[in-house]
Design a protein around this ligand. Structure first.
Ligand code: NI
Length: 136
């Protein structure tokens, strides 16, 4: 059930918000505010011990001594968290590894941090998602 509430905003802030809404193609303010609230709550879940799904992207040079072995070793340490791993040989030197993970936000972050910190990893990031099922 939808509930109504009113918000007080300074002129400038409201003008900026309306510009944002237009740029993001929202139909109205309510829709935009709902999305912003959901996003804030999902972000909060990431920091807690809620269950999330995540995607870790790694770019590394497979010529770096023992790096390939270390990337595999860390993943075996977290094998309960790993759903699937795809390895793409980008060019002569570089590999892209895309790892789909699930588990407690903190553990998923810890796994990503360990992989990204390995010497020779040129680029790495983690994107986390939750169903936000309590947020609809
Ligand atoms: Ni490769």
């Amino acid at each position: 059930m939808l509930k109504r509430f009113s918000i007080s905003l300074e002129d400038n802030l409201l003008r900026s918000f309306d510009k944002y809404i237009k740029a993001q193609s929202y139909n109205n303010r309510s829709e935009a505010i709902r999305d912003l609230i959901r996003r804030a709550l999902v972000r909060e879940q990431w920091q807690g011990d809620s269950n999330v799904m995540g995607v870790i992207n790694l770019v590394y040079d497979h010529h770096q001594h023992q790096l390939q072995e270390k990337v595999t070793e860390v993943q075996h340490d977290y094998h309960h968290h790993i759903v699937s791993t795809t390895h793409v040989h980008m060019d002569h030197h570089n590999c892209l590894e895309v790892i789909i993970v699930r588990g407690k936000a903190k553990e998923v972050e810890e796994l990503a941090d360990r992989l990204i910190a390995l010497r020779g990893v040129r680029d790495g990031n983690l994107a986390m998602s939750s169903t936000g099922k309590d947020l609809s």
